[in-house]
Design a protein around this ligand. Structure first.
Ligand code: SAM
Length: 201
């Protein structure tokens, strides 16, 4: 495993209350302004710090909480509130692939993952595959500058690089939301299917 991976032994850090100010799940949810999402895929879900509150906004929907680390998935399984059983589904994924069907997701999101990825391009190909046409991808990760906490600055990824990666993967309508003090927050869209006009005048 790469030296840049989050150490699962420190998973309690992911539930630290400071995060509600710094990476507020409600602010992120509100900013994304989704219309009745039914399926969300969280890549690098950790302890579900985002999957759980997002799921509470989707009583009819499902959040797939995907991670490569068994420790995270086991913790989530054990600590998932009873009312969210079946609404947050832990999924073991590999470094570059997610074992879920194509075109199922309204949103694929990743928080504090980008700087840990061995192959960001491959994860964005997976993201494209998972998204319904018109679906959104959101990437939130540490700004590449000194912040009150976070990973070493040398391994962080710049906003322009993430933008370029999103464009290279085919995503359109790339936007930056400047709502978080220590994090980039980018959103982009898989283009909707063009109406079939063949045979019509
Ligand atoms: C810093 S933690 C962030 C967890 C969660 N997103 C959060 O913000 O609370 C990064 C997580 O990504 C997972 N991870 C690292 N590389 C991954 C990959 N290629 N695919 C899926 N998960 C990955 C790690 O196991 C870890 O749980």
């Amino acid at each position: 495993m790469s030296a840049h991976k989050f150490n699962p032994a420190k998973l309690a850090k992911l539930n630290h209350p400071d995060r509600y100010h710094r990476e507020n799940p409600e602010a992120i949810w509100k900013t994304l302004n989704l219309t009745d999402p039914r399926v969300i895929v969280d890549i690098g879900a950790g302890t579900g710090f985002f999957a759980i509150p997002f799921s509470r906004h989707m009583p009819e929907g499902v959040v797939y909480a995907c991670d490569i680390a068994d420790e995270m998935l086991e913790w989530l399984e054990k600590n998932l509130p009873a009312e969210l059983q079946g609404r947050v589904i832990p999924v073991k994924m590999e470094e570059r692939s997610v074992p879920l069907a194509a075109e199922m997701a309204d949103l694929v999101f990743m928080v504090n993952l980008h700087h840990e990825l061995e192959d960001a391009a491959a994860i964005l190909v997976e993201t494209w595959r998972l998204l319904k046409p018109g679906g959104k991808v959101a990437i939130v990760d540490w700004k590449d500058e000194a912040t009150e906490s976070g990973p070493p600055v040398e391994i962080r990824v710049s906003e322009s690089r993430i933008r370029q990666q999103l464009s290279d993967a085919g995503f359109g309508a790339v936007r930056t939301h400047r709502v978080l003090p220590c994090h980039h927050f980018l959103e982009a869209r898989k283009p909707p299917k063009q109406p079939d006009t063949e045979g019509k005048d």
